[in-house]
Write a protein that binds this ligand. Structure first.
Ligand SMILES: [Zn+2]
Ligand SMILES: [Zn+2]
Length: 367
């Protein structure tokens, strides 16, 4: 079928093209797109900060309605509302053990351009295959995705579905880093560095987990105001204050029990390590390329018994975790709709610009 897709053929740009999307094959579903969030990784792909093979279709927070299913699809039906999440190979030891976030070929699965079966269903007018991001390619009116990264969610309207598209990546990454990786004890303290969608989702996760002190750190007053609204007990503007010193002061010199690095600024990891409590845990979730920082092993890690951990996509199994997040949303405990700003698909250029400039925390394209 003919669909409209925002295809990238050259670094840093995209064009709306009419392209051919083939029928879903075994274990795949055709999704009519309702909405797609924009995430920093879409920039990394379009700007080719990652080794992407063009032509390529970005978009990895797609949400829509199942229009057709291929043979062997067992847990999706026509008419289901779904969000698409990150793909995994399904064959390696970690995938088999229910840890798809640690798939041994996650880079190729995320960015290689193919669905789980090893090819894409999308071809351009020239007949050449177009790679799709995260086994979906959701900057398009339709997508074909494998059932393993297509998650049915229990919502009553397309409006509600559109609010939840970022559960597939950004929200899952932040909330999961806290709820799945840190699993903080009630009453403990937690700081979030970087209050975009990922950091704010971590902050909402900290509130769900019952953390006592919740600190939001950012350089944007608007984002800090949002952090307060979502449950931060304290906020720190890292431009005006030494965040580590302020956190030591707030905690009576003990330091913070848990910290989430969601700013994408490598130096922030050092700031975090300067204010960790003994036996605390610092979790990194940002893509920072080859950046390196000078960690002092004894001071930062060994003597205080601190754990530094990485968590891709919130350490989550999306088939289990995304429906949990939907229940938190419905209970009013994960108000991700407060982050949303909607744009028509045709205004994707403006949405990307607003995201880049900080005018939108979570731009969402509507189809
Ligand atoms: Zn795998
Ligand atoms: Zn993402």
């Amino acid at each position: 079928m003919k669909i409209t897709a925002a295809v990238t053929r050259e670094k840093g740009s995209f064009n709306f093209e009419t392209v051919e999307l083939a029928e879903p094959k075994a274990n795949e579903a055709l999704v009519k797109m309702v909405a797609c969030g924009i995430c920093h990784t879409d920039f990394a792909v379009i700007e080719q900060f990652l080794p992407i093979r063009f032509p390529y279709l970005a978009g990895h927070e797609g949400a829509g309605v199942i229009e057709k299913i291929g043979p062997g699809v067992t847990d999706l039906s026509v008419g289901d509302r779904v969000v698409m999440s990150f793909p995994s190979c399904g064959k390696c030891d970690n995938c088999k053990a229910g840890r798809p976030y640690a798939c041994e070929t996650n880079f190729e699965c995320f960015f290689g351009g193919n669905l789980r079966g090893g090819s894409t269903r999308l071809t351009g007018e020239d007949g050449a295959e177009i790679g799709v991001m995260f086994g979906q390619g959701s900057f398009a009116t339709y997508a074909v995705a494998d059932q393993s990264n297509t998650i049915k969610i229990d919502v009553d309207s397309d409006e509600e579905l559109a609010q939840l598209c970022s559960l597939g990546c950004g929200v899952q990454t932040g909330a999961g880093a806290v709820l799945n990786r840190m699993a903080p004890r009630p009453g403990t303290s937690l700081a979030v560095f970087g209050c975009g969608t990922v950091g704010l989702s971590g902050l909402m996760g900290a509130k769900i987990a019952g953390c006592g002190m919740i600190v939001g750190v950012d350089v944007s007053p608007a984002r800090l105001a949002m952090a307060k609204e979502l449950g931060a007990t304290h906020v720190i503007n890292g431009k005006d204050e030494d965040a580590a010193a302020r956190i030591m002061e707030l905690t009576g010199g003990k330091g913070i029990n848990y910290a989430l690095e969601a700013s994408g600024n490598p130096d922030v990891t050092l700031t975090m390590l300067e204010c960790m409590a003994r036996a605390g845990m610092a979790v990194l979730v940002s893509v920072t390329g080859p950046a390196a920082v000078p960690i002092i092993l004894e001071k930062h890690i060994m003597n205080p018994s601190v754990t530094i951990a990485g968590a891709v996509e919130g350490w989550s199994n999306p088939k289990v975790f995304i429906p949990e997040l939907v229940r938190f949303y419905k209970d009013g405990r994960l108000p991700v709709d407060k982050l949303s700003k909607f744009y028509d698909f045709k205004d994707m250029g403006k949405a990307l610009k607003d995201f880049h400039d900080g005018a939108a925390i979570k731009p969402i394209l509507r189809f």
